[in-house]
Ligand binder design. Structure first.
Ligand code: AMP
Length: 294
């Protein structure tokens, strides 16, 4: 596996691959790789000829300086795991490589940012869209792979691809979880033992909301209330940042009552980590449970 720091060298590498008729599959990450990232590499292996991944902790998407400064990093381990997963080239740029003229030019996202993480992290998705625009220009991928763990990001990147006419197909990849249900995240290492034990309730609360929808509930507020109540009962250390139910990928309420594809999403803050999780589904295409109909 090649380790590449320079954007120009990265572009030279992919152009050479393309000249040989190979398709480029790209997985952007912030590193400290885990099973979630590896599942994206796997999908890329299956569906692209040449897999490129990047590790770059992007400063412009962090509002919280502490979160940025303490974002876990282990480049050596990342390189080993990426190599074992069949990544052909790992792009490891420095801040100056990606932002040669600082933030002289950035991308602003206007849709889908007034809810969920966009609401609680102002400017976050502008930073994400800015860095991805730069990375897409450098790596020239035919296909990109994003995890549904960050479902709002997926919806926004789909809009970015459309808005800027990138010839890129985006694969939505399923959330990879720990055996107890906690979504894998680089930030999980910042939980203490007690918080880690409690964090499993984040996904359990979402499952409760999903079961309510499966039993026929279509009132947005009632579903939100049920998940919120679950968290109030079960979370002693974590503080709810948000719980919401929206149509997906629209990220708003399309009708008065829930119908069609939806997301139940939540974020919970612990002392040194903010965790997010979600479940998605479609009211037109879900096994109805035998619970009470509302
Ligand atoms: P990050 O390094 O956190 O920026 O994540 C890089 C990519 O990996 C994003 O597309 C994430 O959605 C994806 N990802 C992170 N955690 C998971 C997970 N548990 N399951 C699936 N994809 C994930």
């Amino acid at each position: 596996m090649l380790l590449i720091q320079s954007p120009a060298e990265m572009t030279r590498f992919v152009l050479k691959q393309k000249s040989r008729g190979k398709t480029i599959g790209f997985v952007p990450t912030m590193g400290f790789l885990h099973e979630g990232h590896l599942s994206l590499f796997q999908k890329a292996q299956e569906t692209s000829d040449c897999v490129v991944a990047s590790v770059f902790v992007n400063p412009t998407q962090f509002g919280d300086r502490d979160d940025y400064m303490h974002y876990p990093q282990d480049t050596e381990r990342d390189a080993r795991l990426a190599g074992e997963a069949g990544v052909a080239a790992l792009f490891l740029p420095k801040e100056q490589d990606i932002y040669p003229n600082g933030t002289a030019v950035t991308v602003k996202v206007n849709a889908g940012t007034d809810v969920l993480c966009g609401k609680s992290r102002p400017g976050h998705f502008d930073g994400v869209a800015t860095v991805l625009t730069k990375l897409f220009h450098i790596v020239r991928p035919d296909r990109v792979y994003f995890g549904m763990k960050d479902a709002q990001q997926v919806a926004i990147v789909e809009n970015l691809i459309k808005a800027f006419h990138f010839s890129i197909h985006l694969f939505r990849c399923p959330i990879v979880r720990e055996p107890d249900g906690l979504a894998r995240s680089s930030r999980n290492v910042r939980l203490n033992d007690e918080e880690r034990r409690e964090a499993v309730d984040l996904s359990r609360g979402l499952q409760q909301g999903l079961h309510l929808i499966q039993s026929g509930e279509r009132d947005f507020e009632k579903i939100i209330e049920s998940v919120t109540d679950y968290y109030h009962t079960h979370l002693k250390l974590g503080k709810i940042d948000y719980v919401d139910v929206l149509n997906y990928p629209e990220l708003r309420r399309v009708h008065k009552r829930l119908s069609g594809s939806f997301i139940i999403a939540a974020a919970v803050k612990y002392k040194h980590a903010r965790l997010i999780d979600n479940v998605t589904g479609d009211t037109e295409n879900m096994p109805l449970s035998t619970g009470n109909q509302s």
